[in-house]
Design a binder for this molecule. Structure first.
Ligand SMILES: Cc1cc2nc3c(=O)[nH]c(=O)nc-3n(C[C@H](O)[C@H](O)[C@H](O)COP(=O)(O)O)c2cc1C
Length: 141
């Protein structure tokens, strides 16, 4: 039994759909799975979890959403060392640079990254939802 927390920011719901599918996938082995908007999450939610999924679309010019997600991720710099972390998010016209940077950043914090950062173009279709579920399952193992 693991405590898994999925924390995300989503403006138009695409990353939220990914978050829901990921949480669904993590719901194995009697895991306790929580899903929180970053606006309602705290650093302690990450500290107290065995495994964490963080979701945010590409915003600005290939960056994390700046009001909530960016400071939240910054606050995790000293608490994710060795912790299993999965990253995910939706994008549109870019090439996924925000996710490459985010993966590098979390590696720099010492996180044990599960997967390579799952990115999905706009609204996830069935294939994308299944990828999210698989990542959640991996995280929940
Ligand atoms: C202000 C703003 C900035 C964006 N910047 C980028 C960007 O730099 N690169 C990109 O690929 N998509 C960009 N997008 C598109 C979003 O990543 C895309 O619409 C995504 O599906 C939104 O996810 P959400 O529904 O979870 O909010 C931007 C969207 C907005 C509203």
């Amino acid at each position: 039994m693991k405590k898994v927390v999925v924390i995300y920011w989503s403006g138009t719901g695409n990353t939220e759909l990914m978050a829901n599918a990921l949480a669904d996938g993590a719901n194995i082995n009697d895991n306790e799975v929580r899903i929180l908007r970053v606006e309602d999450a705290s650093k302690e939610d990450v500290v107290n979890a065995d495994a964490v999924a963080l979701g945010c679309p590409s915003m600005g010019a290939e960056v994390l959403e700046e009001s909530f997600m960016e400071p939240f991720v910054e606050s995790l710099s000293d608490v994710v060392s060795g912790k299993p972390v999965a990253l995910f998010g939706s994008y549109d016209w870019g090439d996924g640079e925000w996710m490459i940077d985010w993966v590098e950043r979390m590696n720099g914090y010492g996180a044990n990254l599960i997967g390579e950062g799952l990115i999905i173009h706009l609204t996830p279709e069935e294939d994308g939802i299944n990828k999210c579920k698989s990542l959640g399952q991996e995280l929940g193992k």
